[in-house]
Design a binder for this molecule. Structure first.
Ligand code: PNS
Length: 177
């Protein structure tokens, strides 16, 4: 039987506990889960893609070859979970890694329209691709990377919402700014 491979795509700028919860819960559902960080030069990000890859790898315990950095060339094994970057269309990346399933978290009704639109466009572009929506743990239902950055920059307490390595990097970034 062929491997069941799923891709969890996103900006992850930065990754937070809602993302991590979703990764942990969908990991056992597939033979391989690829966490895919979008390289989008047009979007201003707080963390570079390489920094985001490094943070996620640290958190999911992925071993990866030295000299990482390039699109899709950076893989490793973290117990069926790996972290890669991609640019261009998600459906092209899906073909490249041989995945059929896109995993996305659905927090509130407000996510629904955008997510449904993306799921349908992705299926239109590549009929092999199906999107699976997962509900986050209740305590992370309101959590987003944008809120994490805003709350941190204004001195709010993010305890329990982001992992320590992210907190440490947020401190470093905002100390520099
Ligand atoms: O975490 P985000 O920013 O909500 O993730 C959005 C993401 C990366 C999943 C989406 O922007 C994406 O897939 N971009 C790749 C380009 C693409 O395929 N666009 C067409 C989507 S229908």
């Amino acid at each position: 039987m062929s491997e069941r491979i799923a891709v969890y795509p996103g900006s992850f700028d930065p990754i937070h506990n809602g993302h991590l919860d979703l990764i942990e819960r969908c990991r056992p559902m597939y033979d391989r889960l690829v966490v895919a960080v979008l390289r989008n030069e047009a979007k201003r990000a707080l963390f570079s893609v390489d920094e985001r890859l490094e943070i996620i790898r640290e958190l999911i315990g992925e071993r990866h070859p030295a000299g990482d950095g390039g699109d899709s060339g950076d893989s490793g094994d973290g117990g069926g979970c790996e972290v890669r970057s991609f640019s261009g269309l998600l459906v092209h990346f899906m073909d490249e890694v041989g995945a059929r399933v896109v995993v996305r978290g659905l927090r509130a009704v407000t996510d629904f329209e955008y997510e449904l639109q993306m799921a349908m466009m992705n299926r239109r572009l590549n009929p092999r691709v199906e999107t699976v929506f997962m509900a986050p743990k209740e305590e992370y239902n309101y959590l987003s990377s944008s809120l994490v950055k805003e709350v941190f920059s204004l001195g709010g307490d993010l305890t329990g919402l982001v992992p320590d390595p992210v907190l440490a990097r947020l401190r470093r970034h905002f100390a520099k700014a």
